[in-house]
Design a protein around this ligand. Structure first.
Ligand code: TXA
Ligand code: MG
Length: 317
């Protein structure tokens, strides 16, 4: 396994590996991604293999500029253009009509492709230097906690990837928001960009898939982002003292006493800070071998909605 700090030289090396069909983990502003040449089905197949990801779950393609966007997507609707104008580069993924260049494996056979232009300087430099769009899911085994630091990737997948570029802790800590523009503007995943910011541009987004949109949006699994330790979302007042001793606690602003160990997402109640700490704290709590993780709910506003979405899926059994 090789973990290298991201520098001009190591990014060049990673770009060369990617052009040769290798799989490289790299930082984005949301979580670390596991990248491969999106136009090379054999390279992409390695991502599925490394993550043990089912092939019905399509990947997001990462681009660095308009030319690359046009290689993977056609007929980009005006609504999508408006979102691109406002939010790219950044943590918004758009589901668009794909070109023939995108292998079926990337899109699970759909006619659409999910695309985003990351804002992280290392991700951008890497895609630019490689000169190819990168298919990249989060760099974790399928269904498990997402990585927000290079160490998380090294621990979970280090023996299986060709190179890990270390760019420090990620800024947002939760994945990109995913929006499908057609047949009707629909939210597919809560994420780092809050819904109200998107709705300011495009008007109300459907939160539920219409019947004709349902088959167009696979990979929205009720159980996901899960630590190995069983986790539940619960108000501290509902947990008897005696029930706390062998459990650990993921608190929002303040830990309650009685737990074996605790992490606090944001003492000041800042939801952005809480999102950035979410997976880091869960990785740490998961390593303690407790019988249970009790997570306090966070307010359902802004990025708090994405945090609660992750916690609910993590606790789904
Ligand atoms: O922040 C992120 O988006 C991170 C970083 C690495 O960029 N990536 C990420 O990828 O979260 P992943 O593989 O965990 O999420 C991909 C999800 C799929 O599970 C599916 O829900 C949706 O994106 N998706 C991908 N392609 C799609 C398509 N053609 N139509 C509908 N949904 C799609
Ligand atoms: Mg993921």
């Amino acid at each position: 396994m090789t973990v290298l700090p991201a520098t001009t030289e190591t990014i060049d090396r990673a770009a060369a590996l990617l052009r040769d069909g290798a799989v490289v983990a790299f930082p984005t502003e949301t979580v670390y991604g596991l990248g491969a040449n999106a136009l090379d089905a054999r390279a992409v197949a390695r991502i599925f293999e490394i993550k043990a990801r089912p092939t019905f779950d399509p990947l997001i393609v990462h681009v660095a500029d308009d030319a690359m966007l046009n290689r993977v997507a056609v007929n980009v609707p005006d609504l999508a253009r408006a979102l691109i104008e406002r939010f790219w580069p950044g943590p918004l993924t758009l589901v668009l009509r794909k070109t023939a260049d995108v292998p079926d494996l990337v899109t699970s056979g759909l006619e659409s492709v999910a695309v985003r232009m990351p804002a992280h300087p290392v991700a951008r430099a890497l895609i630019e230097r490689a000169g190819i769009p990168l298919a990249a899911p989060s760099a974790n085994p399928f269904g498990y906690l997402s990585p927000t630091r290079a160490e998380h990737v090294a621990r979970m997948l280090g023996d299986r990837v060709d190179l890990i570029l270390d760019g420090g802790a990620t800024e947002h800590g939760v994945e990109s928001t995913i929006v499908m523009v057609e047949p009707e503007p629909t939210l597919l995943r809560y994420g780092a960009i809050a819904l109200d910011a998107i709705e300011e541009i495009v008007g109300p987004l459907a939160r539920e898939l219409s019947d004709r949109a349902k088959p167009l949006a696979p990979g929205r699994l009720p159980q996901h982002y899960a630590p190995r330790t069983p986790i539940r979302v619960v108000e501290p007042s509902e947990v008897a003292y005696a029930e706390r001793a062998d459990a650990v606690q993921l608190a929002f602003r303040e830990a309650v006493p009685g737990y074996r160990a605790s992490r606090v997402l944001s003492a000041s109640g800042d939801l952005r800070e809480a999102a950035a700490n979410l997976f880091l704290d869960l990785h740490e709590l998961d390593a303690l071998g407790a019988s249970r993780i009790d997570a306090q709910p966070v307010p359902l506003e802004g990025i708090g909605i994405a945090i609660m979405d992750r916690l609910r899926r993590a606790s789904h059994r």
